[in-house]
Write a protein that binds this ligand. Structure first.
Ligand SMILES: [Zn+2]
Ligand SMILES: [Zn+2]
Length: 384
């Protein structure tokens, strides 16, 4: 599917991006590089979407579906400890999630796909988004209208996965990655003397009751056939041995695998907090700090990914899995809330894990990852 030269070019591009990592919404060099490449291939390019996002379009002017492919471009605030000759040149910043590889993958596919444009119908959109790492760049790209005019029929993206065989293409129909809802819960009591609790409202007692009852949401409100977990990641209150403090602050992290489990957990947090606080005369404030919806793949489009990758001989090994590979969150779910599609995975081989300071994207998986996008373009847009 690719010439040796194309593979070498994509590898060089990946390493160039790796050397120059940029944090969320600061991907200025990366997005300029992406836009320049896409223009040189012949795409219609729109820059500066949601700060540094790029949209490339190929309108074949023939009737057909509107297909979107997405890559993410941002790096992480991690000091790289690899000693490769292309290691990060930016102190304290590193491509530790492989978004350098995802960007290079989609550029490699972009060049191959436009080479077949005379045989294609419909409309292709390539979305290079900023701020996946905690920035919900996907939501901002959706708000900016990248899925509209024309409305996207199906959207596809992927993530590399360490510790799965290098180049293994796999899909999980249905729930595939976790949702992440993070809240700050502030409980306001009434401070007082440790020896006179009846004259105070103890926010530590109220807060610890909440901590206990939160696990009841997991055990009694969520279906046992669905996945979800609640972690109270921080609990701050009090300073002195003889004072009941006036205030407690908790950070609550909720992971869920689908809208119904999210509703049973995140959707119940405020009601539970209200009930416990009211019972003990405390007041409260709940703030939703961060949200990423659960990532749920459309079963039809998940099958199509495998079908076309197999039909075009993209990977020696590809498979459908029946378990979620992680409860980690991925903001691709914001696209899937709007239009159907599939977020697939490609094994990164025996590498350090994502967000580790020794992680590195495995260049040998570029042809499989990129080839899957090309196979989808051929399968879905080729006219007969
Ligand atoms: Zn990441
Ligand atoms: Zn990532």
């Amino acid at each position: 599917m690719f010439t040796q030269q194309q593979v070498e070019n994509a590898k060089a591009l990946r390493r160039d991006i790796h050397q120059h990592p940029e944090l969320k919404f600061e991907e200025h060099r990366t997005s300029a590089l992406v836009a320049e490449k896409l223009k040189s291939y012949g795409y219609k390019v729109t820059e500066g979407i949601a700060s540094t996002g790029v949209l490339a379009e190929l309108d074949t002017e023939r009737d057909g579906p509107v297909i979107a492919f997405r890559a993410d471009m941002d790096a992480l605030p991690i000091q790289e400890t690899n000693d490769s000759n292309y290691r990060s040149e930016h102190e304290g910043l590193m491509h530790a999630c492989g978004h350098d590889g995802h960007t290079a993958t989609l550029l490699m596919a972009a060049e191959a796909i436009i080479g077949m444009k005379d045989n294609l119908c419909g409309h292709l959109k390539l979305i290079f988004q900023p701020g996946e790492e905690g920035g919900n760049g996907a939501a901002r790209m959706v708000e900016a209208g990248v899925l509209d005019n024309p409305r996207v029929t199906a959207v596809f993206g992927y993530h590399n996965r360490p510790n799965f065989p290098a180049g293994l293409l796999f899909v999980k129909p249905g729930p595939a990655m976790g949702g992440n809802d993070t809240y700050r819960v502030v409980i306001e009591g009434c401070s007082g003397h440790a020896a006179m609790p009846h004259l105070a409202v103890d926010p530590i007692y109220v807060g610890s009751s909440l901590v206990q009852h939160l696990q009841g949401l997991v055990g009694r409100h969520k279906s046992p056939l669905e996945a979800g977990v609640i972690t109270v990641a921080a609990f701050h209150a009090g300073e002195a041995a003889n004072i009941i403090p006036g205030r407690a602050e908790l950070t609550v992290n909720i992971r869920s695998d689908r809208p119904s489990s999210r509703k049973a957990l995140a959707g119940k947090l405020e009601q539970l907090t209200h009930g416990i606080c009211e019972a003990h005369n405390a007041t409260y404030h709940v703030e939703h700090l961060h949200e990423v919806p659960p990532l749920v793949n459309d079963s039809h489009w998940a099958e199509q990914v495998l079908h076309y990758a197999q039909a075009h001989g993209v990977s020696e090994k590809s498979e459908k899995i029946d378990y979620m590979p992680t409860m980690g969150a991925e903001d691709f779910s914001f696209y899937l809330q709007e239009v159907p599609g599939c977020f697939f995975f490609v094994g990164n081989g025996d590498s350090a894990y994502l967000h580790n300071d020794r992680y590195d994207f495995n260049d040998s998986i570029l042809p499989v990852a990129s080839g899957t996008f090309v196979a989808l373009a051929k399968g879905l847009l080729e006219h007969t």
